[in-house]
Design a protein around this ligand. Structure first.
Ligand code: NAD
Length: 506
């Protein structure tokens, strides 16, 4: 059973494990734990700090400064003060700083990966994957920094020239979630700095360490004081409330849940701020009768279990054609039963702990609700005993309409299967959600694939693939999944203002 596999991963420490533990301690001691304001590390104004815990063991990894409204105001002052000179830097200089940071993160990839596994829980191999993915935003935007273009042309009347130029929007507030501690930060920091904007970043209190290490690396790469300021806090309302209310702020970029995003949009309306909102998802994973079922199973394992299911892009609803539902379920179940659960640092672990007890409770509640409405648990469906917030990788089939699991983000290793009969019904079920971030579809019919691109109501579509994220592509959602795009050419545009100038002919 998975319980015993899990226990195996927690055997008393062998020699190798002792060495690993000391590597963890050395890394943790090297990560800054203060606020970073105006180029200096400092304690919180009230001297308080908070604990960052390892979700696999419950033990405390570090104590980090607990920023206040006063600290937020100081960070905003620093960002506002640095805004003018940073906006005037040569694009090549900004590009070089980002590129040097990319090189430094790559050189320290093992440290970043281990740190994310420790504070967030994801398996080490996946954390290494996030370093590659997250770091790519720094390289991509280092390349975009020197390609900020404009337009110049005659006006239609032939009496003058029209100049369209692009300028940094100004000081930004960047708010990130805990599930991808590096990538969610670089996806905002990369384009903001490339565009010439300064910022105050507030990472999630569950996983602040990765952002703090990133700041250290950026500083070593030559980022001038005040350009990027960090306020860690357990009181996000007070800190972000202070920054958002500041009349010098020009933009708010948020990644997190839809309810918090909605509240922040209302606050941003007061200052008529530009906003980018990367919110929740409820991705459908549609397997058509003509799909290559083995490939669909491969894609399903990635789309569902990557990041322990704690991804906004995680497949939340498996909508499978009745003709292939039994085959798909049997094959996917065999793969799920072979998964190894444990602390992400242990060799071969594929499923780490959920971020906290609340997250585990949510996954369990959604499974119970589905079962109460007639679904069947094929494998898993329980908490794992012992320390840490582990939940068994789970497959639930025969999920009935009206089940909460079809409407809400599971954010855990639970794969829920419902069936459909024809394309029209499959598409209708896929779109039957308030969210619209990403949809996955498996089919061997090209014409059907092209119909789906038009019919699916999401910002992103994966055809015969379980992962779509790429620094070169515009990432983002429609409906309640948000506003704006991160990555690609679109990503830097969110941090640029357009200015039109008319120059009449003399
Ligand atoms: P969350 O909304 O609880 O928190 C996100 C951030 O907002 C954190 O930094 C948090 O401290 C801060 N926050 C919370 N309350 C706040 C308030 N009142 N005022 C200001 N800031 C506040 O979300 P989470 O649990 O950290 O992350 C999971 C959610 O993020 C999921 O819904 C997931 O789908 C979403 N997400 C979306 C994307 C995307 O790109 N669309 C990517 C990753 C995660």
């Amino acid at each position: 059973s998975r319980t015993s596999t899990y226990r195996q991963a927690h055997q008393p420490r062998r020699r190798g494990a002792e060495m690993a533990a000391s590597a963890e301690d050395t890394l943790l001691r090297s990560v800054p734990t203060g606020l970073f304001v105006g180029g200096e590390w400092r304690a919180s104004s009230n001297g308080r700090s908070f604990a960052v815990d390892d979700p696999a063991t419950g033990s405390t990894l570090a104590e980090v400064a607990d920023g206040t409204a006063e600290d937020a105001a100081a960070a905003m002052d620093a960002a506002a003060e640095a805004a003018g000179s940073w906006a005037r830097t040569a694009p090549r200089e900004r590009s070089d700083i980002l590129r040097r940071t990319f090189d430094a993160v790559r050189a320290r990839a093992d440290d970043f990966a281990l740190l994310m596994t420790l504070e967030m829980g994801k398996p080490l191999a996946e954390a290494a994957g996030e370093v590659t993915y997250g770091n790519e935003f720094l390289r991509w935007f280092s390349e975009e920094a020197v390609r900020i273009g404009g337009r110049f042309g005659p006006n239609p009347e032939g009496t003058g020239r029209m100049l369209v130029s692009r300028h940094p929007v100004g000081p930004c507030h960047l708010i990130t979630p805990w599930n991808f501690p590096l990538a969610m930060a670089t996806r905002k920091v990369g384009p903001a700095l490339a565009a010439g904007c300064t910022a105050v970043i507030k990472p999630a209190d569950l996983t602040p360490l990765t952002t703090l290490l990133l700041i250290q690396v950026l500083t070593e790469a030559g980022l001038p004081p005040g350009v990027l300021n960090v306020v860690t806090t357990t009181d996000p309302g007070a800190v972000s409330g202070t920054v958002i209310a500041d009349p010098r702020l020009r933009k708010l970029s948020f990644t997190g849940s839809t309810p918090v995003g909605r509240r922040l949009l209302a606050q941003a309306a007061e200052g008529v701020l530009r906003t980018s909102m990367e919110l929740g998802g409820n991705a459908p994973f549609v397997v058509f009768a003509d799909a290559d079922v083995d490939k669909a199973v491969d894609g399903a394992m990635l789309a569902k279990f990557r990041n322990i299911g704690e991804a906004c892009t995680a497949a939340n609803r498996f909508i499978v054609a009745a003709e292939v539902a039994d085959e798909f379920t049997a094959k996917v179940t065999a793969r799920v039963q072979a998964m190894r659960v444990g602390r992400g640092t242990e060799e071969g672990v594929q499923v780490g702990p959920l971020i906290n007890e609340k997250a585990r409770e949510k996954a369990d509640t959604l499974v119970s609700d589905a079962v109460g409405r007639g679904a069947e648990v094929v494998t898993g469906g329980h908490r794992v005993d012992g320390p840490g917030t582990f939940y068994e990788p789970t497959v639930v089939t025969g999920v009935r309409p009206g089940s909460r699991i079809l409407a809400e983000e599971i954010f855990g290793p639970v794969l829920a299967v419902a069936t459909f009969t024809d394309e029209e019904e499959g598409v209708a079920l896929a779109n039957d959600t308030e969210y619209g971030l990403v949809a996955y579809a498996y089919t061997r019919d090209l014409a059907r694939a092209m119909r789906l691109v038009d019919a699916l109501e999401t910002g992103m579509v994966g055809i015969n693939t379980g992962v779509v994220s790429n620094a070169a592509a515009p990432f983002g959602g429609v409906k309640q999944s948000g506003l704006g795009r991160e990555g690609g050419l679109e990503g830097i545009a969110e941090y640029l203002e357009t200015r039109y100038t008319l120059i009449p002919d003399p």
